[in-house]
Design a protein around this ligand. Sequence first.
Ligand code: BG6
Length: 494
Amino acid sequence: MSEENIFPKNFLWGGSTSANQIEGAWEEDGKGVSVADVQLFRNPQTISELNNVKGNTDTTEEMIQDALKSKNDKDYPKRHGIDFYHHYKEDIALFAEMGFKAYRFSIAWSRVFPNGDELYPNKKGLEFYKNVVRECQKYRIEPIITLSHYEIPLNLCTKYNGWLDRRTVGFFMNYVHAVIDELGDQVHYWLTFNEIDSILRHPFMTGGLIESRFTKEEFPNVLYQAMHHQLVASALATKYIHEKNPKSKVGCMTTKLTYYPYSSKPSDVLATKEKMRQVYAFADIQVFGEYPSYLLSKFKNENIEIKMSSDDLKVLKSNTVDFVSFSYYQTSCVASDESNLELTSGNTTIGVKNPYLPSSEWGWQIDPTGLRISLIDLYDRYRKPLMIVENGLGAKDTLNEDHSVHDDYRISYLKAHIKAMYEAIHDDGVELLGYTPWGPIDLLSNSTIQMSKRYGFIYVDLNDDGSGSYKRYKKDSFNWYKDVIKSNGSSILN
Ligand code: BG6
């Protein structure tokens, strides 16, 4: 088979980051405080601490007040990130050296609208992203921009209860107008909300909801109301992007949590089916433009009542997405009775451990075949082009004295996953637009805020305690990925 046939021509090889996990400069050039800047570093170490996703990400009213008083960035590492704000030229040059065709990054909403509810944008914030896009264009790297990746301005949470308040849709659209008016003619791929389904798992980061303000009984309704507002905002953003530049493609972004039945017991299979519907619910709405019947049944059975404006359903129906993007890291199992089964952590989830799979140091189960299964499932369900916008292995790396990092474990992980992509394209008929693995340069973990959980091809000299020079070093995987891109994927078959 010739090299060009391994992956489609113009396949978008690249990498993916989010503003809050890399930029730092949290108070510079007029940026406002976002939910990420008050996220406390708990430094989890044991498996049970690592498994406690909710505990690691939940933020109360008191914690916000403490954070706002604190000038200690070590407790709030997302304030310094990896200082991409001042290193972006160097970092994008390194991406270009690897041959990136695409770079997915997010815009920090609070850099453009510091409090979220201003009438006019912060020009310096927009200027920064214009520069980042220009830098990408210099190397013919296609920017793929996420409009919201766990970065809602804090003021919108404290003053308006985040996405629960309908006014947040309007504030978001002011932000979208400002960004699209500035960059809409130059950027061709947009994602509205990162892992929009994650509002159910970390309501503060995704939905700007301070859970301690609500009673346990009312909270499910709060969650789904906020979800509805985000979905309407996503549809309105899609409409605006298409109007401004009909050539632009807009994608939804979903967490592809793939679950297997723990056994062939019908009750385990049924429990898995139900779990998978929770995974698909959000993308179902963004792709088909309507609430699926299973979600409406859930609302009815659990007395969840969503307030909608008169044309919300029309807005959802008329503004569906062009492609489906997703993150994929791991799989786990589901059983109808999980009480005596071993559990393990995954991407902001906890699931039953699969006896057939190895795990990362963070307990995430490594499953390249699961990626192929996920691609088949998503393509069969949606019949839309797919894009894998996150994938990778979070691992501890050792920087040697000569500044080398021998990360063969990362190479094996990625190679097996790229091979699964290849099989899905060639054997299963899946249409795949691109692959932007997570954290091409080391960055702060979302779930645990650790720096020691590294995904990158590029090592950043920075530690969990905030010490380090911020210098960048190429790992072994750097040249390996460069070869993959140069050969349009054929090197993985060797
Ligand atoms: C995804 C998020 O869920 O997983 C990223 O979109 C995140 O923001 C990534 O960083 C990996 O998770 P973690 O917790 O290892 O950083």
